[in-house]
Design a protein around this ligand. Sequence first.
Ligand SMILES: Cc1cc2nc3c(=O)[nH]c(=O)nc-3n(C[C@H](O)[C@H](O)[C@H](O)COP(=O)(O)OP(=O)(O)OC[C@H]3O[C@@H](n4cnc5c(N)ncnc54)[C@H](O)[C@@H]3O)c2cc1C
Length: 479
Amino acid sequence: MAEETVRTIDRKARMKIPHTPYREREPMERVNDFEDIVIGYDAESAMREASRCIQCPQPSACVEACPLRNDIPGALWLIAEGDFVAAANVYRQTSIFPEICGRVCPQEKLCEGACVLGKRVETPSLGKLEMFVADYQRLTQGWPKAPKAPTTGKEVAIVGSGPAGLAAAESLGKRGHSVTVFEAAPRPGGLLMYGIPSFKLPKTLVDEKIDQLRGLGVRFTCNTRLGDQVKVDDLFRAGFHAVFLGVGANVDAKLKATGVELQGIFQSGEFLIRTNPPKKYVPEPLREAPKVGKRVAVIGGGDTAMDCLRTSVRLGAEEVICYYRRTEAEMPGSVKERIHAMEEGARIEYLVAPTQFIGDETGRVTWMELQRMELGEPDESGRRRPVPIIGSEFTLPVDTVVLALGYWPDATIGKTTPELKTHDHGLIEADEATGRTSRRGVFAGGDAVTGPDLVSTAVAAGLRAAEAIDQYLAGLNGN
Ligand SMILES: Cc1cc2nc3c(=O)[nH]c(=O)nc-3n(C[C@H](O)[C@H](O)[C@H](O)COP(=O)(O)OP(=O)(O)OC[C@H]3O[C@@H](n4cnc5c(N)ncnc54)[C@H](O)[C@@H]3O)c2cc1C
């Protein structure tokens, strides 16, 4: 981090520097492929945009709002000076992949949302500056080689290779522990590979990150679902000293409605797996992209729903509509993603929910019955509850329906691991600061503990747990 004393700036002058937006591909062009939509900054515009940071005294609001506590003012100071590699290294002190977080974090809810400049002028584009310097470093110098401590002789099993598992693996690998990651899917990466669409996150970046971890000595054992043939107890019997559970929350929430089993109705998880990752990484039965027809209805209102809308547009559907049962004010996802979906031609209908699906003689969905809603009293989430308006049912023709209603954890690990406490359909009980679970030597973090959240929060949980696992392993030496 650059010394505080060196950062002498004229705040008023900085606030007058106009905002330089980062570049995105035009909607008409980007809907023709699944490539990254962000072009981002070049060196000159990045320096100009970074020089708008007024270098608030620490701890600044943006740092406090970042789940990883990235030293954002420190990095922006270096970007403004043109020292992009040093800036990338500032992010890498606290983040395992600033190139990924810079792309996918909902910055308007985190660092950018907290930036004090936002009260007066446009907030600097903190996420895309992070992306720019991390990309710059990789493209000019390759992925930095992580320093590694001498081997400790301790073995750690990581279950699940999403952001939480990868963060724990990197941190423990750097500390000299021997790390093996067990992953149910054919490839590592979790939702980075199989959930988040490639137009938001190129899969080459995920692959390269995995290769970097392999270079650190981390081993990946894919196509291995813990809790089935191999259980957590078996890992201890096999000689692992500690286990980290980063199994995410990947089970699609189901809709109870007549006709929901008709062909042409997809759960969002399957829909995105069949369309976004490289085919060679997808299990054989899911390799073919859905033929969506002309009219696609996406049910739900979060970021996953927006991803399914945008994927449907790219699959060639002519009319892509999101049906959400509350209003825009209650929508859980990011405004940025909603804008992207609408720019690409999708529409959103509010206060409406499906009641049944109707198929043709071949068993394929052709019609959908919906019912209008009004808002009632707030529910346990604090948002106003959707209340059906009796007699307001109407039908619409559809060719494809995608259900994007959220995710639950897979309860298998909880059920097959003695002494591991779970709650709410399988969420693992773990201490927030350390990831410690009720079972000695077992730690957990990410969506498996919190329920569906964010990439950055999962990384933060993996890093916190790695710290605690390191201390736990050190304690074993004394026994
Ligand atoms: C469609 C979609 C889009 C999203 N977009 C964004 C976004 O733009 N920005 C953002 O910040 N967040 C986004 N998220 C949320 C983010 O992806 C998750 O919060 C994050 O990936 C959680 O990380 P994790 O490591 O806890 O779990 P996951 O990424 O879910 O990884 C868990 C891994 O564990 C594996 N696993 C599960 N059970 C077992 C088992 N028994 N044995 C072995 N392996 C197992 C799974 O196969 C998976 O690979 C999105 C989520 C979805 C679904």
